[in-house]
Design a protein. Structure first.
Length: 269
């Protein structure tokens, strides 16, 4: 039986790759976004997922067209940076609304059809940054941490209805949004070198994990969080300061520290 998938933030980046992958896997895919791009196999619905009435209207239309929603993938979100003391309430609320409240609104609208069907899968795109924080992203880290907590709670509350809930948390992924924050090739290389496999993931890598997490075979993943950061979060920063470890990883040795006065070679007489 053909499954119906609803993907938020499906117009670009990870959301677009997820929508394309699910369509290629044979799902009927509806995308929610603020733009309506051309994407084979995907029907787009213009909707602001931070507004309850817009979400309700779009979900109702998808249910009417397809008879229900089997898979919900939550990719919509924004990132705004800056230290907490200079973060405005407007920016704080915008980040939490886009990344967290949108999850609440979309799941709330989709749950009735999944409960009625006694099956379903919900996959939320989180972020490794709520586990290994990066400077200047307090609102984003808080929102993504809350998403992971919410998904765990929903797994407990709705598991008896045959619905699974999984968070997929990427690290740095090579998307246009990521590259817009980099100063150039040097920054890109630093990101590559920050993980054991010395490579950045692509949106398609994340989409592959999402496709499995949303499949009926993956029901035992419910309540879990998948971290997809090419091993970056398991590398101790201290290990990068030791030349032995750096050599094993194929990194150049660090420059030796300047010699202390007592270690300097005395001048020839």
């Amino acid at each position: 039986m053909t499954r119906t998938a609803l993907v938020t933030g499906a117009a670009g980046g990870i959301g677009r790759a997820v929508a394309a992958r699910l369509a290629a896997d044979g799902c009927q895919v509806a995308g929610l976004d603020l733009t309506d791009p051309e994407l084979p196999g995907v029907t787009f619905h213009h909707a602001d997922v931070t507004e309850a009435h817009a979400v309700a209207r779009a979900v109702r239309k998808v249910v009417e067209n397809h008879g229900g929603i089997d898979v919900l993938v939550l990719c919509a979100g924004v990132t705004r940076g800056g230290p907490l003391h200079s973060t405005s309430e407007e920016d704080w609320n915008a980040v939490l609304t886009a990344n967290l409240t949108s999850v609440f609104l979309c799941v709330r609208e989709v749950l009735p059809s999944m409960i009625e069907a006694e099956s379903g899968a919900v996959v939320a795109i989180g972020s490794v940054l709520h586990r290994t924080a990066a400077p200047g992203l307090p609102a984003y880290a808080a929102a993504k941490g809350a998403v992971a907590a919410l998904i765990r709670q929903l797994a407990v509350d709705y598991g008896r209805h045959g619905i699974s809930f999984v968070t997929v948390s990427p690290g740095w992924v090579r998307t246009p949004a990521t590259e817009s924050r980099l100063a150039g090739a040097a920054d890109l290389n630093r990101l590559r070198e920050s993980n054991p496999v010395r490579a950045l993931g692509s949106p398609e890598h994340i989409a592959g994990a999402v496709a499995y997490a949303a499949s009926p075979e993956a029901f035992m993943l419910t309540g879990s969080e998948w971290v997809l950061d090419a091993g970056a979060s398991v590398v101790s920063p201290a290990s990068l300061l030791r030349d032995g470890h750096r050599q094993q990883m194929g990194l150049p040795p660090l420059s030796p520290p300047p010699a202390l006065p007592s270690q300097r070679t005395p001048p020839e007489s």
